[in-house]
Write a protein that binds this ligand. Structure first.
Ligand code: CA
Length: 720
């Protein structure tokens, strides 16, 4: 464990000494700020965070100045009642401070705020405590996740944030630990391993605390795992219950009646040997009045149902919203958004609880816009389907029936020939948080349209440690260049009562930031092309924007400190699309390092600009034959593409192989088979690729380098 403990010392990064009389570092405090920024000591943090109990969490909506949970409240509306920043003065918004998170990987977390202290996370599950007024780091905690875990993470080494309860912070680490920290000091109180480390489980989602229990899920269904969610005692770290989301080996006893019922919907396959999937990797919300915990479950493992469940069936409880009793994890009701998932669709996307008026009746609803492209409104007490409509182009289904069950499009089977389907595994909406304003009655969705090719790999066999989708990824090698033009992203304001679009702002590409709605009639969103923008919530008119030096994927939040309202957002491009989508991701083109930024009216700081990337020496040309290059391309898309990008075009998070130097090419085999870059997250493929296969991959990369067009000129020189 590594804890950087900087409490009490203000300006410690720039100054030799401590003390309130020391001048403030010029890059940390805006000139217009109060002359002396308050120093926050451990005792103060202990007092503020120690008071966060069940009652405070249940009443988080009324806790105007604070942001106590990842989505602000148990219902995760991501609506701030603060209104000092509003539509008439937002044009004067400026940067108050920024904190360098010292990373070029994706930053996905939304900070928590308690009485002027921010708590957040960065890549590799690192935790930060920050003075919300000055941006000074109070402490940081690095759980020292082994970098080899990058190989087990489908979608970058990201982390989406923390839970706070009675003076402790809870973080799930990429290597599957749940760690409780003393919020005042960053010291470990307890930690427990939540996964079988021999399996490719990872944690990227934020824990939630309900009734004194820490709820945590995990990911890994691309590689082959069985999904579950676990509750741990917040005080001791002892496990209270674990609920699996899909049935295991039917020859063994079922863990619950719900799983015994579910197994009848899995037919003919041996899914349990791969895992079955259904991981709970992001969304968890809670209704304290109903005492129901809602979890979203993920895709099938493997993706393709032709091998997972060849006899058909819905494959419960994949792609479902499950309402659980938080005392024991038992299932109360379920709603499956994509029966018989075949496309890496998930219902792990953010859920949002609200009270809305439908046909003259106040309804307590749960809303979700999952990957599959439909917006759902459910009665959250019963799970009854109230309404649903597609918010993006959907080709896999013709619509929903009266029970909300999708009517699948005929003739889209991809077991014999390739099909292009919308939405894609990136989703019409993914984990990027949406928000809801009770003032406008609208939901603000980071929406996207991305077509995706599907083709069954008829020769697929389970390979431990590899991606196990049962799809033939090598087809990506031959997709027409320019297909990225069909990729779009937008900020979509959606009326959940009428199930229709109210307004939409198109963006440069997909994979934009989460949203924040505020009482000042504002919606904030960061963009893939490196801007942070405020829109009028009622009509979508752009009122303000600032460059932020890199693409944004995280959700913003708002808090009050020292009497001022701030809007904070973590910036840092990354995640699944940024890694794998190649030219479509590179199109956004702004690739700086990860930072936490905070804005206030009158802020005058400048977002630090990145220096120019160092150009590398050209790679030696390929002398391979066309056949060898094609074979290398097929291997590349099987083993390398999900991180290094389609057709060897990096989205900008990790090095673009087309720009690999002569030195890299000289040591290519050692890098791929010798594990010489494991410390940067590049795994060793020894035992999985032969030296001859690595040489073929290298010939493909060289051939792609020869055809590089310069679209990724902003690609980083090195990753971490
Ligand atoms: Ca997935």
């Amino acid at each position: 464990m590594r804890i950087r403990f900087l409490a009490v010392c203000t300006g410690v990064l720039a100054l030799g000494g401590c003390g309130t009389d020391a001048p403030e570092p010029s890059d940390a405090v805006a000139p217009a700020a109060p002359a002396a920024v308050r120093v926050i000591d451990a005792g103060e943090i202990r007092k503020a965070t120690g008071a966060i109990d069940d009652a405070r969490l249940a009443a988080a909506a009324e806790d105007v100045d604070n942001w106590l949970m990842i989505g602000r409240t148990y219902g995760e509306e991501r609506f701030s009642p603060l209104d000092r920043i509003h539509e008439a003065n937002v044009a004067r918004l400026g940067l108050a401070w920024s904190l360098d998170l010292e990373t070029v990987r994706g930053v996905e977390a939304t900070p928590l705020a308690v009485d002027g202290v921010l708590f957040t996370t960065g890549p590799w599950s690192v935790v930060y405590a920050v003075n919300g007024e000055s941006g000074q780091l109070i402490w940081s905690f690095d759980p020292e996740v082994p970098r080899s875990y990058a190989e087990k993470a489908c979608c970058d080494v990201v982390n989406r944030g923390l839970a706070l309860y009675k003076g402790k912070l809870y973080v799930g680490t990429l290597d599957g630990r749940l760690v409780a920290l003393d919020a005042a000091t960053g010291e470990v109180v307890w930690e427990t391993l939540t996964v079988d480390p021999t399996k490719p489980y990872t944690i990227t989602g934020a824990p939630r605390v309900v009734q004194g229990k820490v709820i945590i899920g995990n990911g890994g269904a691309e590689f082959g795992v069985r999904g579950y969610v676990t509750a741990y005692d917040a005080e001791s770290g002892n496990q209270v219950w674990r609920t699996y989301t899909v049935p295991g080996d039917p020859a063994k006893p079922f863990e619950s009646a719900a799983l015994k019922a579910a197994v009848r919907t899995w037919k003919g396959g041996e899914w349990w040997k791969v895992g079955g999937g259904g991981t709970v990797w992001d969304s968890i919300v809670y209704d304290p009045k109903l005492d129901l915990l809602y979890i979203g479950t993920g895709n099938g493992s493997p993706w393709s149902r032709y091998v997972r469940s060849p006899g058909g069936g819905d494959n419960l409880y994949l792609c479902s919203i499950l309402a659980l009793r938080p005392s024991d994890g038992s299932l109360v009701w379920f709603f499956q958004t994509t029966p018989g998932d075949n496309w890496d669709f998930t219902s792990t996307q953010p859920m949002l609880l609200a009270t809305i008026e439908i046909e003259g009746e106040r309804r307590e609803v749960l809303m979700q816009a999952p990957k599959n492209g439909f917006f759902y409104v459910l009665d959250r007490k019963t799970g009854e389907f109230i309404s649903g409509s597609n918010f993006a182009e959907v080709t896999w289904a013709e619509g929903l029936d009266e029970n909300g069950r999708p009517i699948e499009t005929r003739d889209l089977d991809y077991d014999k020939e390739m099909q292009v389907v919308k939405p894609s595994p990136y989703g019409a909406h993914n984990w990027h948080p949406m928000s809801y304003s009770p003032k406008t009655g609208l939901v603000y969705i980071p929406a996207q349209e991305i077509p995706s090719p599907f083709l069954l790999d008829p020769d697929w066999e389970f390979e431990p440690g590899a991606w196990n989708t049962a799809l033939d990824f090598s087809i990506v090698r031959d997709l027409p260049v320019g297909s990225e033009d069909e990729v779009t992203g937008s900020l979509l304001a959606w009326d959940p009562v009428e199930q229709r679009e109210i307004w939409r702002v198109p963006h440069v590409t997909a994979w934009n930031g989460g949203t924040l709605a505020t009482s000042g009639n504002l919606v904030f969103q960061g963009t893939a092309d490196g801007r942070f923008v405020a829109y009028r919530a009622s009509d979508g008119e752009k009122l303000w924007e600032s460059p932020v030096g890199t693409g944004v994927i995280a959700g913003p939040m708002s808090y009050r400190a020292g009497g001022d309202q701030y809007v904070a957002v973590s910036v840092g491009w990354g995640g699944a699309f940024a890694l794998a989508a190649g030219a479509a991701a590179a199109k956004a083109g702004v690739r700086g390092g990860g930072r936490l930024l905070s804005f206030r009216i009158g802020g005058t700081e400048q977002v630090p600009q990145q220096g120019p990337r160092s150009a590398s020496l050209p790679a030696p040309p390929s002398t391979a034959s066309e056949q060898e290059i094609l074979a290398g391309g097929a291997l590349y898309h099987r083993y390398c593409y999900v991180c290094h990008g389609a057709q060897a075009v990096s989205g900008g998070v990790i090095p673009d192989l087309r720009h690999a130097s002569a030195e890299v090419h000289a040591s290519f085999s050692e890098l791929v088979l010798g594990g010489t870059a494991v410390s940067k997250g590049m795994p060793s493929f020894a035992g999985r690729l032969s030296p001859e296969e690595v040489a073929l991959i290298q010939s493909y990369v060289r051939a792609r380098a020869a055809g590089a067009t310069g679209i990724d000129e902003a690609a980083p020189a090195s990753g971490d």
